[in-house]
Write a protein that binds this ligand. Structure first.
Ligand code: S3P
Length: 443
C-alpha cells in the first residue's frame, strides 16, 4: 500500500489546547468479533445477518478473503452485512489480508481443513510479522504450509484432511487459539486448547451462537477449551457492540483533557478485554460502567468518564492478554499521572503492527516524557500533569500509535503531530471526526 497520500494529523495549533470534551458517542464495532462473524458466516450453512460490522480496512480485507474462498459477503447498509457460507475452494488469486494479523491467522486456520490451495499475502508490516505460531499447530493437525523466510508471508497453504490436536497456548494468543478451533471444525478427532492465562473468548462465544459444541473447563493447569462432537455451523444473526480497544482513545482523552465529561455508548466489556478499565480504575480514574446488558453473547455497557488526576501503578504481566492492544494509550495516560508506572510482560508488543514497545518509548521521549524499556517491561515517570509535547511523532504506520499520540497532544503543553495517520482507518474509520464531535481540536 502506498503511503504517499497518507494524511498527517495534528492537534490544531491555533486552537490549542482542546477545550473540555463533552457528549455521548458510539465507537465502531469490535474488530475481533467482526473478523470472526464474517469467517463463521462464510463456513455456516445458510445466510448470517451481521449488524454493526466494523467497516475498517482490516475487516474489509477479511470480507474480500471469504469471497475468494467461495462464500458470499454482501453489504446491505452501513454495518449491515449478509454472509452465505459454502465449502471453501481454492481462490484463483492470492488472499491479500492487508495489515491484519487477526485476519490472516484466522483465515489460515479456517481454510486448512478444506481440500484447496491458497496463497496468503499482506502489506509491508504484516509481511514482517511471525506466522509460525499458527503454522506449527496447524501443521501438527495435518495442513501443509510453505512460508517465506523466517516463517513470514507470503505463505502457501495446501489444505486437506486434518486430525485432532491438544495445544498449550503458552503465548496467550487469542489468534492462535482461534485458528486451531477454526481448523478443528473440519478435523477428525479431539481438538483442545489449554490456556495457562485465558485470552479473549469471542471465538468460543460465537462458535456456540452458530450451534457448535464448545466445552470450557477451568482446571489446575489452566482453562481447557474443547470442541465437542457437534461442529456443523448454522447461520445466525450477530449484533456487534462497540470495540473497547477503539473506545480506549476517547476514554483516555476524557480523563486527560481538563473539564471533560463523556459517555461511550454500547461498548463491549467482556472481562477478558477489560484490563485497561481495571488499570485506569487503579490509577484513580473517574470512570463508571452503566446499564450493563448482553448483546450477541457478549457483555456490553455505557461508559461514563470524567477528567481527574491519575497516579502511577504497576501493571502485572498476567493482565497483558486482557489489554494487549491498549498499552500505547495506557502509556499516554501514565505520562500525565503522578509517579512512576511500570508495565510488565510486554514481549508480544514487539511483534504487533510495529515494534510497539520501541514506538511508545520513542514517542514519549520525543514528547518530553522520561520513559524506557528493560527487556519486556516498560517504565515511565509520570509528569504529574501535562507533558511538554510539541513533537512530530513517528507512528511507524501503526494505527494505535498514531491515535495514542494524537490523544496525548490534546492535553499536552504544546501540540503534537503524527507522521502518518492513514493507517487509523484499518481499525477506527472516522476517528478524527468522532473526536472532533466531542470538541477535540484535531485536523
Ligand atoms: C486478537 C488478538 C490479539 C490482539 C489483536 C486481535 C484477536 O492478538 O492483539 O488485535 O482478535 O484474536 P494476539 O492473539 O496475537 O495476542
Amino acid at each position: 500500500m502506498s503511503m504517499a497520500a497518507t494524511p498527517l494529523l495534528r492537534n490544531r495549533a491555533e486552537a490549542f489546547p482542546s477545550p473540555a470534551l463533552r457528549g455521548a458517542i458510539e465507537v465502531p464495532g469490535d474488530k475481533s468479533m467482526s473478523h470472526r462473524a464474517l469467517i463463521l458466516g462464510a463456513l455456516a450453512d445458510g445466510t448470517t445477518r451481521i449488524a454493526g460490522l466494523l467497516e475498517g480496512r482490516d475487516v474489509l480485507h477479511t470480507a474480500e478473503a471469504v469471497r475468494r474462498f467461495g462464500a458470499t459477503a454482501e453489504r446491505i447498509a452501513p454495518g449491515a452485512w449478509h454472509v452465505t457460507g459454502t465449502r471453501w475452494r481454492s481462490p484463483v488469486i492470492p488472499v491479500d489480508c492487508g495489515n491484519s494479523g487477526t485476519g490472516v491467522r484466522l483465515l489460515m486456520g479456517a481454510a486448512a481443513g478444506f481440500s484447496l490451495a491458497a496463497l496468503f499475502t499482506g502489506d509491508r508490516s504484516l509481511s514482517k510479522r511471525p506466522m509460525e505460531r499458527v503454522l506449527d499447530p496447524l501443521r501438527a493437525m495435518g495442513a501443509g504450509f510453505d512460508a517465506s523466510e523466517g516463517g513470514r508471508l507470503p505463505v502457501r497453504l495446501r489444505g486437506g484432511t486434518l486430525g485432532g490436536l491438544c495445544f498449550r497456548n503458552e503465548r496467550a494468543s487469542a489468534q492462535v487459539k482461534s485458528a486451531i478451533l477454526l481448523a478443528g471444525l473440519q478435523a477428525q478427532g479431539e481438538v483442545e486448547v489449554v490456556e495457562p492465562v485465558p485470552t479473549r473468548d469471542h471465538m468460543e462465544n460465537m462458535l456456540r451462537a452458530f450451534g457448535c459444541e464448545v466445552e470450557i473447563c477451568d482446571e489446575a493447569d489452566g482453562r481447557h477449551i474443547r470442541l465437542g462432537g457437534r461442529r456443523a455451523l448454522a447461520a445466525t444473526s450477530v449484533r456487534i457492540p462497540g470495540d473497547p480497544s477503539s473506545a480506549a482513545f476517547p476514554l483516555v482523552a476524557g480523563l486527560l483533557v481538563p473539564g471533560s465529561e463523556i459517555i461511550l455508548r454500547s461498548v463491549m466489556v467482556n472481562p477478558l478485554r477489560a484490563g485497561l478499565f481495571a488499570t485506569l480504575a487503579e490509577m484513580g480514574a473517574d470512570l463508571r460502567l452503566d446499564d450493563a446488558r448482553s448483546m450477541s453473547g457478549e457483555q456490553v455497557a455505557d461508559i461514563k468518564v470524567r477528567f481527574g488526576p491519575l497516579h502511577g501503578v504497576v501493571v502485572p504481566a498476567e493482565r497483558a492478554p486482557s489489554m494487549i492492544d491498549e498499552y500505547p494509550i495506557l502509556a499516554v495516560a501514565a505520562a500525565f499521572a503522578t509517579g512512576r508506572t511500570v508495565m510488565h510482560g510486554l514481549a508480544e508488543l514487539r511483534v504487533k503492527e510495529s515494534d510497539r514497545l520501541a514506538a511508545i518509548v520513542a514517542g514519549l521521549r520525543a514528547c518530553g516524557v522520561d520513559a524506557w524499556d528493560e527487556g519486556d517491561t516498560l517504565i515511565l515517570e509520570g509528569c504529574g500533569g501535562p507533558p511538554p509535547g510539541g513533537a512530530d511523532v513517528a507512528a511507524h504506520d501503526d494505527h494505535r500509535i498514531a491515535m495514542s499520540f494524537l490523544v496525548l497532544g490534546l492535553a499536552s503543553q504544546n501540540p503534537v503531530s503524527v507522521d502518518s495517520a492513514g493507517m487509523i482507518a484499518t481499525s477506527f474509520p472516522g476517528f478524527a471526526m468522532l473526536m472532533r464531535s466531542l470538541g477535540a481540536r484535531i485536523s
